[in-house]
Design a protein around this ligand. Structure first.
Ligand SMILES: Cc1cc2nc3c(=O)[nH]c(=O)nc-3n(C[C@H](O)[C@H](O)[C@H](O)COP(=O)(O)OP(=O)(O)OC[C@H]3O[C@@H](n4cnc5c(N)ncnc54)[C@H](O)[C@@H]3O)c2cc1C
Length: 363
């Protein structure tokens, strides 16, 4: 039994859980995978790492910009590039009209998520499969392992379609028709990420670090990922598909041919023939990568006597920065419905700063 259960240890879930924990609530986070970060994801491979989810941070909004400053001071992130080149079929590779710094974590983007975890109780490898209200006026979460967790309040910090699968069985009578309508209105685009490493002798290496494909049928983005890593022995890249290509392969069991196809397309378009012959390649399919129709609210609260609030980048949009803002809004909403113990002037950043500085200097 805990005060608050948070489903999902992505950025929104972690930020929400940390804020509630700092205010004095008991909080348990339940995460289906074996690590934190969700779509802020880094894969360790071939003696290096690659960011197959969020590729960089772009400061937006006051809170997020303060975090970016803090992480930069702690040397967790640094500027990677301030130019994301653009490729179009008609114009080839061109410089963008605007430049702005893109920040990355040399140790991998998932290290950013780890900064929200001090003091948090997180159950890993535990997927929530059913949620029920109990006679004792609590929520009961049933996990895949068949363990049960009860909580006075619930935060659902996962992509809207997954939240819909979990919450729809509770019905409109309990959750409110408007709540379910809003939840079901959010659609996501999928994406296929290809991580590929190449011979150390590959030439010519690109002069760009990051490049967006404009109006490309199959490709959306490519990053020279090894240029983020100080100790990299060989060039490696992360290539993201267009939503259209990922839609076509939502159920394709073997994605290796799709990965080869994407590399071949990039090799042709970018005039880097060696890109189609990787020494190694790994592929990840994101079924819910980017919210296509986000809600215009910071979090989505159900009309229940037992507090239940959803959050994530699909509330308000705006990627990692939006997920952070949404997680904070969900914490405040839960607090409003429970005990009102988060003071209006409590500065999340100030409180966390102590943690961040300590955990950074002791590691
Ligand atoms: C390929 C790609 C590139 C991107 N590039 C950028 C970028 O450059 N910059 C940027 O700012 N953003 C980028 N983003 C977007 C960014 O990653 C997201 O906006 C942000 O991470 C969303 O955080 P979240 O907490 O809302 O959700 P998520 O990160 O999706 O977290 C949800 C968590 O819930 C867990 N979960 C789901 N269902 C259950 C369940 N039933 N039980 C338990 N746990 C569950 C998941 O495992 C996951 O850990 C990118 C995303 C992708 C996929």
């Amino acid at each position: 039994m805990t005060d608050i259960a948070v489903i999902g240890a992505g950025i929104s879930g972690l930020v929400c859980a940390q804020r509630l924990r700092q205010a004095g609530y008991s909080v348990v986070v339940v995460e289906k995978s074996r690590g934190v970060g969700g779509r802020v994801a880094t894969r360790r491979l071939q003696g290096t790492c690659a960011d197959h989810g969020a590729c960089y941070l772009q400061p937006k909004g006051e809170l997020f910009s303060k975090f970016v400053d803090l992480w930069q001071n702690l040397q967790v992130i640094k500027v990677w590039t301030d130019i994301v080149y653009e490729f179009s079929a008609s114009g080839g590779i061109a410089e963008p009209a605007n430049r702005s710094p893109r920040y990355i974590a040399p140790e991998g983007m998932s290290s950013i998520a780890k900064f929200f975890t001090p003091g948090l109780e997180i159950l890993f490898n535990q997927r929530v499969i059913t949620i029920n209200p109990t006679k004792e006026n609590t929520w009961c979460l049933i996990l895949e392992s068949n363990e049960h967790l009860t909580a006075k309040a619930l935060v659902v910090a996962i992509p809207a379609p997954q939240a819909g699968d979990l919450l729809t069985p509770l019905g409109a009578n309990l959750l409110g028709a408007e709540f379910l309508k809003n939840l079901h209105s959010v659609e996501f685009n999928p994406c296929i990420s290809v991580m590929a490493g190449f011979s150390a002798n590959s030439q010519p290496l690109p002069y760009w670090q990051a490049l967006t494909f404009n109006d490309h049928t199959d490709l959306a983005w490519i990053g020279f990922d090894s240029s983020k890593r100080p100790q990299s022995q060989q060039p490696h890249f992360v290539l993201q598909s267009s939503a259209g290509l990922a839609e076509q392969h939502l159920e394709t069991p073997d994605l290796q041919p799709v990965g080869n196809y994407m590399l071949q397309k990039a090799a042709e378009d970018l005039a880097l023939p060696w890109l189609e012959n990787p020494e190694w390649m790994q592929i990840h399919r994101w079924r819910y990568a980017f919210p296509r129709t986000p809600l215009d609210i910071a979090c989505l609260s159900a009309n229940t006597s037992l507090p239940l609030v959803c959050c994530g980048d699909w509330c308000g949009g705006n990627l990692v920065a939006g997920a952070m803002v949404s997680g904070l809004a969900a914490a405040d909403e839960i607090d409003n419905q429970l005990r009102h113990i988060i003071p209006q002037n409590l500065d999340f950043l100030d409180l966390l700063k102590g943690f961040l500085t300590n955990s950074f200097t002791t590691n």
